[in-house]
Design a protein around this ligand. Structure first.
Ligand code: SDX
Length: 430
């Protein structure tokens, strides 16, 4: 097929032909790399229409509410797979056969312990530190412990670092929770599933036996699947940009954790529950809907809207179903669920939300499920970070595996001062 081109007519110059590159799905892209020679940059703050890379990991069709991981719909993976199998899929580009999966499963579950010296790092934090603050610190500190997997040009080092990060995130996360409530750290139990191990490290105490609740274990695993990857979101783009400079994988994932913490991104699940509690009852919903529509009010409906989805977030659909399953299984009647469902119903009928195509996203129901599972609110985004680690690592690996990889270095539209003459402070009178 002959290559298509976009023709750009610039003032006082010959027209420029810009190659159009086709993907396997979604928007084609216009290669603008030759624009520099013509003396122009493109301008797209927030990267609303900018493809920063080529990727084969995750595909999102925001208008149709489609999310595919290596070609598989998220609803099928959430219903039929488990998190470690999805990790293998994201990392390797295909589903494993039985032997491959058993080997991967064994590797991950036998790297769950951390260096005892790293446990001492927690003592440097205040007990009331937010667990995300601790995670940014201790994940970055892994760089100081694993010198044998820091050479990013070495494929084996990249693989070992990937396994270590996926294996150790639940351990580090559970320790950040235990540290905050003064309970002793719980060592991983490799006889348990990935999700079961995390729940035990979170809630077991030395003075009594802990049995993993299968309902919570399945819900936790499904929540990990739903948050595993999501194309070039803010935190994944942060990891890619950090990795493009050659920074080691642990430092890159720490940067991703920092970016995820923001309430506009991964912090929305915690912020959404706070919002539902502030609304408190169904009859106060109109007041908050009005605030969300008021241009002079910075209030946003947390858990609503999305940069890419202009239809239902397919993860939110699965999360809502999981929410009902968990609350029914645990016989919990959470009034916040009633508020959430009524808020969703009203918002989806409101012209403002319809016109702006604002739908519930993955964070809208996750907070209610996590609270029902007994997860403390401060740990909601930490759980998002555990799950997203495989996505971050997969994109980091994909970037480094691509030939001709270069440091990411955006340009700017400069609007500051020019051609000023310096004068001595004694001669200045502002
Ligand atoms: C995640 O990128 C990803 O993939 C992220 C994620 C992932 O898995 O990695 O999916 C996870 O981060 C989900 C999003 C979680 N965040 C929230 O729920 C916070 C609340 N949502 C908003 O902050 C907002 O919707 C964003 C940040 C999610 C999207 O912001 P955009 O794309 O920059 O959209 P925008 O802010 O420009 O909004 C467009 C319009 C605006 O009105 P106008 O200026 O055009 O008049 O919609 C309005 C906004 O005011 N709007 C909202 C709203 N979200 C957007 N109005 C009320 N409530 C909201 N939640």
């Amino acid at each position: 097929m002959t290559e298509q081109k976009a023709i750009l007519h610039l003032p006082g110059q010959e027209a420029i032909e810009l190659p159009i590159i086709k993907g396997t799905a979604g928007n084609d892209v216009i290669d603008i790399s030759s624009l520099g020679k013509a003396g122009y940059f493109t301008y797209d703050p927030g990267f609303l229409v900018t493809a920063s890379c080529e990727s084969a990991i995750t595909y999102i069709d925001g208008d149709k509410g489609i999310l595919l991981h290596r070609g598989y719909p998220i609803a099928q993976l959430a219903e039929k797979s488990d998190y470690l199998e999805v990790c293998y899929l994201l990392l390797n580009g295909r589903l494993p056969d039985k032997n491959e999966f058993d080997k991967f499963h064994s590797i991950v579950l036998h790297h769950t312990m951390i260096h005892e010296q790293l446990a001492k790092l927690y003592q440097g934090f205040r007990r009331d530190s937010h667990p995300m603050a601790i995670m940014v610190g201790v994940v970055g500190a892994l760089s100081a412990f694993y010198h044998d997997s820091l050479d990013i040009t070495n494929v084996k080092h990249r693989e070992v670092a990937a396994y270590r990060l996926i294996s150790k995130m639940p351990t580090l996360a559970a320790m950040s929770y235990k540290y905050s409530n003064g309970q002793p750290f719980v060592y991983p139990d490799n006889s348990l599933s990935y999700a079961g191990n995390f729940l035990k490290m979170m809630f077991a105490v030395p003075c009594e036996e802990y049995k993993v609740n299968p309902v919570l274990e399945r819900a936790m695993d499904k929540i990990f699947i739903l948050h595993a990857d999501h194309e070039q979101n803010a935190s994944t783009s942060t990891v890619r940009l950090a990795g493009s400079s050659g920074a080691n994988p642990f430092a890159c994932i720490a940067a991703g954790i920092a970016s995820l913490w923001g309430p506009a991104h991964g912090g929305a699940n915690e912020a959404c529950l706070v919002m539902l509690e502030e609304i408190a009852s169904v009859d106060r919903i109109p007041e908050f809907i009005a605030r969300a529509k008021d241009k002079d009010d910075p209030f946003r409906l947390m858990g609503f809207g999305h940069r890419v989805y202009k239809n239902h977030d397919p993860r939110a659909t699965v999360m809502r179903k999981t929410c009902h399953e968990v609350l029914n299984d645990l016989q919990i009647n959470d009034p916040l669920l009633d508020v959430a469902m009524e808020l969703e119903r009203i918002a989806l009928e409101d012209p403002y939300f319809i016109e702006k195509k604002l739908y519930p996203n993955v964070d809208f129901y996750s907070g209610i499920v996590l609270q029902a599972m007994g997860i403390p609110r401060s740990m909601f985004t930490v759980i998002f970070a555990i799950a997203r680690t495989v996505g971050w690592v997969s994109h980091w690996k994909e970037m480094l595996d691509q030939p001709g990889q270069r440091i990411g270095r955006p340009r700017q539209l400069y609007t500051g001062a020019v051609d000023l003459q310096f004068d001595h402070v004694d001669d200045r009178c502002n």
